[in-house]
Design a protein around this ligand. Sequence first.
Ligand SMILES: [Zn+2]
Length: 396
Amino acid sequence: MRTLREHGALSRAQLAVRSGLSKATVSSLVTDLELRGLVHSAGVSAGGQGRPGQLVDLRPTSVCGLGLDVHVGHVGAAVTDLSGELLFHRRVACDVPGIGPERAIDQLAELADTALAEVKGAVGPPAGATVSVPGLVDRGAGIVTFAPRLRWRDVAVADGLAARTGLALDRIAVDNDANLGAEAELARMGGAVDDLVYLTGDFGIGGGVIAGGKLIRGSIGFAGEIGHMAMDPLGPYCSCGRRGCWETQVGLGALLHACADPDDPVRDPTLDLDQRMRIVRSRAEQRDRRTLEALHQIGTELGHGVSILVNLLNPAVVVLGGYFAALPEWLVEPIRNEVVANVLAPGAGGARIVASGLGFTAATAGGALAALRRVLDDPTVVPAGQPNVDDEEAPA
Ligand SMILES: [Zn+2]
């Protein structure tokens, strides 16, 4: 299935060559996947050398992946089909720290039900759901250990969702937002990059580190908390209780505080983040002095931290996610200047600084992809002989 996902439709003979399996094994696997509705016939190969063969391809509509997102200011959901195409994406404003975990999980469950109801008929059932959370996660137990910005400690998210939705507990995963975003970016780069650092760019700043093509999780899964690198011992207090953490300098709160007064619409928590970023963008385009100064300051402080990461990890790419991705014209240059000045390796070790193409959707899209990985890892999680929605027969 991974081979088909990478290369598109192939004959059984081509699949055997690319996978290194025997033709007989490939044929029996294809038959099994057909019974599960995960692959289907896709015409006849044009020929070339050897006999023309019947092509096999993934059936993108056979199953879907559900990505869910708990954020300081909203809950979100995304659904992708097996090919990774986004079928549904929505955010609902929600004061998560204010209403507490139980009510936040109520809202998340309601949005999950809505998402699945909206794609029903166009795509098969969910292979699984992955919940993205800005904090430390015990993935084995599906528990958020500590998420300071949400004010959550030891919240059993997977259990809570399973109790409120029709989703089975063993199909619900919980993961850190930066890790999911990093994996989504890695997938978008399609194998061109093996070493990247992804920054979440939100009220909190998380880091997802991919080294040698693999996500770095650390000994107990808590790696990547770069937003809490201590940058200024006398700096402002952080949500974690310490002082001068990097996210107090470059988090969304720092930008909004620097560029607008409290009654300004960009500081209105009921407005969607994309909308607020569009206002900041348009002010920067009109060369509003306060906005430009704020962005230059944030870019410079971002550059300090990114320099540390580049010295430490020598990534090929540093991906700016979240709100950073909405403002690259004003942030990338000051970051670049700091990185060139502070990194030992000539030319910053080749590190490119780029804006994410996913913005605030990275964590939910990454969650949906992670949920689909269950099927790629083990296609038998999809039962055989189930009636499935077919591409051709799908209602418009
Ligand atoms: Zn902190």
